[in-house]
Design a protein around this ligand. Sequence first.
Ligand SMILES: [Zn+2]
Length: 426
Amino acid sequence: MPDSSRNRGSWTTPWFDLYPPVKPIIIHRAPWLVTVAGAGPAAGAVAVAGGRILAVGEFTELRSGYPGAKVRDHHNCALVPPLVNAHIHLELSHLAQPGPNPVPGSFTAWVAGLLARREQLGATGENVVAAARQTLDQQHRSGVIALADIGNTNTAAKLAGAGPLVLHFREFLGLTRNAARENLALLAGEPEMNRCTAHAPYSTHADLITGLKKRARQRGHLFPLHVAESAAENELVSSGSGELKDFLRQRGFWDDSFQPTGIDNSGSVRYLHQLGILDERTLCVHCVHVGREEAGLLAADKARVCLCPGSNRFLGVGRAPVGLFLQHGILPALGTDSLASNRELSMWREMRLLHEDHPDLDPAAILAMATLSGATALGIGQDYGTLEPGKSADFLAVPLPGGIRTPGQLLDYLVTGGPAIKPVWI
Ligand SMILES: [Zn+2]
């Protein structure tokens, strides 16, 4: 028998059914509104309710549209979309090196140092989790809403809780045919929805990369991997020789089966293109050693790019050809990479370093890389990336110094202020 006392209108109907709670509308007003959705910065307001943005625009319009709304003023602030860190390894946070961190003698020397340090300090355990959690908290405090986190331990699983959205990817690598076979067997046992990816073309056998990409494609998962990070990588991929090969051979990671045959492997991007890895869900991280034709391949394949200027500077591997990417219609995302290859993990600092490396870049484009492009790359553009109706009401109020009078001055401050910028979450 249906319970007629629950019928709407019955005298026994609970009051909260008759009068569902109205979600309070709040209008956030600030002297600067930076939507990253087209129009440049201007004074404005954002109306929110129930965790979503209802409207964005001039305060007077929003005020007349929502006359009962509460108004919250953010004096001397800019309202800005939250940041997206498109590349990090939380599980390497305990490997930060104190001191001045001189640029390593070579890329291989850095890899060797990292492996030695990880052997000495451990790859798992309470100290690893504690350092990762500290990094995650710091990311959130600095205004990061989401991260693409790469790792090969179970550290990320122990970080559940409040804070940024962590899209975790289990990373596989192995350059010999045997290692590829073993890892493909492991991959077959991975829980269905776990996201899995390859480390890099210089560390992962072609059979393993293609197997991993096939799995990611079947599940609609993003596929982030390190690409064209160092000259040594390109040398190994294109000629099967150089310092990386010597290093891998010494460690027993080389069996001559890696050398690609029958495909054009003159550069990591071309190699991945020929393997059929590149598509709109492939996120190519670093992309420092990429020429004009390879940039064209990335664009034609609709592949995504993530730049890590802080890590590139730390390792001395060079500067990514950002102008080339923009010419080809690719707006890269930005990532900090890990404390094993970066002095400090701050998306504000990454924007500043990119601006220093490429002073001609439009500051609006740099801000869009740290917000819109990261959100799009991670597949969360429906919620984040810009301030627009329907998106999440999690955004930032950035306190501003005195003297900012023009949109240009504001954008300059946002991309050069660095870690001194201390945003407040709305
Ligand atoms: Zn990385």
